[in-house]
Design a protein around this ligand. Structure first.
Ligand SMILES: Cc1cc2nc3c(=O)[nH]c(=O)nc-3n(C[C@H](O)[C@H](O)[C@H](O)COP(=O)(O)O)c2cc1C
Length: 197
């Protein structure tokens, strides 16, 4: 069984919901399973120490998760049109893997959630792709053969799956957003499976 690492950060739950749908897509591919992981918060107060185990939800990611995975789905809420600091902080610690080319040739995909429709979904996705390209990962997006990409009135982008959560973080994933998350996970797992043969 090959595993896709579904790695996300979520503060109010929207990206967590997306990660679940991406993982469902991964697991719809025979021989593939999802390893879901998250990252701890970062604090500007350097004395603050996070518990090594989250109070609830998936475990915190370790570098070996990246090494062991056959592909990576990376999810972050937008922060001023960019990826969130906790995820960036973790990625900034992957220099050793980069030096060894440990991620080179593995497929990767990205997903994000914003409060507003034009609040920086695509810039966030692109910001997340940059370090993955430096790692030599092969980027998997969403093609326009997905009918939801054309019909959606909220999230959905060829650069990755997206969700518009609303300024009160009160909008659940739309049917289109949900299906596009599942498709992204499926495409990523199918690609990883093909690359492995
Ligand atoms: C510091 C900060 C900056 C944010 N910047 C943006 C932004 O640029 N555009 C936007 O639409 N939403 C922005 N948001 C809202 C979140 O990205 C949005 O609520 C997201 O859905 C949260 O995902 P989560 O529920 O997984 O934490 C920001 C939120 C915070 C706390």
């Amino acid at each position: 069984m090959k595993e896709i690492l579904v790695l996300y950060y979520s503060h109010t739950g929207a990206v967590k919901e997306m990660a679940r749908a991406v993982a469902r897509g991964v697991e719809s591919v025979p021989g593939m399973s999802a390893r879901v992981r998250t990252v701890p918060r970062v604090s500007s107060v350097i004395e603050a120490v996070e518990s090594p185990v989250p109070a609830s939800g998936p475990p915190y990611v370790e570098l070996r998760d990246l090494e062991e995975c056959a592909g990576l789905a990376l999810g972050s809420p937008t922060r001023f049109g960019n990826m969130a600091a906790p995820l960036k902080y973790f990625l900034d610690g992957t220099g050793g893997l980069w030096l060894r080319g440990a991620m080179a040739g593995k497929p990767a995909a990205v997903f994000t959630s914003t409060a507003t429709l034009h609040g920086g979904q695509e810039t966030t996705l692109l910001s997340m792709l940059l370090p993955l390209l430096h790692h030599g990962m092969l980027i998997v997006g969403l093609p326009y053969t997905e009918p939801d990409l054309t019909s959606t009135t909220s999230g959905g982008s060829p650069y990755g799956a997206t969700h518009v959560a609303g300024s009160g973080a009160d909008r659940p994933l739309s049917q289109e957003e949900q299906r596009l998350c599942v498709s992204l996970g499926r495409r990523l797992a199918q690609t990883a499976s093909r690359l492995a043969t």
